[in-house]
Design a protein around this ligand. Structure first.
Ligand code: FES
Length: 139
C-alpha cells in the first residue's frame, strides 16, 4: 500500500467538515486496516494531532492497525443475544483456529439473535448447526 492511495482517500474528503471518521472508514474498507504509519499523514491532512487521530482509531473496535490474517466473524454478545443463547455458541467460535472472532455489542438484530456479522453480511438466529455452517463457509 502506497501513501498515494491514502492521499487519494484524503483528497476525496478534502475540505469536508468532520472528515476523520469517513476517512478512517474508507481506509479500513479499502485496505482492511489503518496502519500506524498512516496516522501522521491523516493527522496532517486534517490539521489534527496524531493523538486525536489515534484516539478515534483506538476508540472504535472496527478500526484495526494490522490486517486480519484469518476470516473475521463479529459475534454479538450484548444482552439480547446473551438471553438468546450466544454464550453457549462462543466456544464453537473461539476454539476454531481457522477464524478470528471479535465480540461486538449489538448488530441491530436483537429479536433475531444470536447474531453475527462477516464483512457486510449479517447472520441471525444462530444455533450450533448454523454456527458450524457459518464457520465452514468463511474458513
Ligand atoms: S443484542 Fe445482539 S443484535 Fe442486538
Amino acid at each position: 500500500m502506497a501513501l498515494a492511495d491514502i492521499s487519494m482517500i484524503l483528497a476525496r474528503h478534502d475540505g469536508r467538515p468532520g472528515a476523520l471518521l469517513p476517512i478512517l472508514h474508507d481506509v479500513q474498507h479499502e485496505f482492511g486496516h489503518v496502519a500506524r504509519e498512516w496516522v501522521p499523514v491523516i493527522a496532517d491532512a486534517l490539521n489534527l494531532s496524531r493523538a486525536e487521530v489515534h484516539g478515534v482509531i483506538s476508540f472504535y473496535h472496527d478500526f484495526r492497525n494490522v490486517p486480519a490474517t484469518k476470516p473475521l466473524i463479529k459475534l454479538c454478545r450484548a444482552e439480547a443475544c446473551q438471553a438468546r443463547g450466544v454464550e453457549a455458541l462462543l466456544p464453537q467460535f473461539e476454539n476454531d483456529d481457522r477464524i478470528e472472532v471479535e465480540t461486538v455489542y449489538c448488530l441491530g438484530l436483537c429479536a433475531s439473535g444470536p447474531a453475527a456479522m462477516v464483512g457486510e453480511r449479517v447472520f441471525a438466529r444462530l444455533d450450533k448447526r448454523s454456527a458450524a455452517r457459518l464457520i465452514e463457509d468463511v474458513a
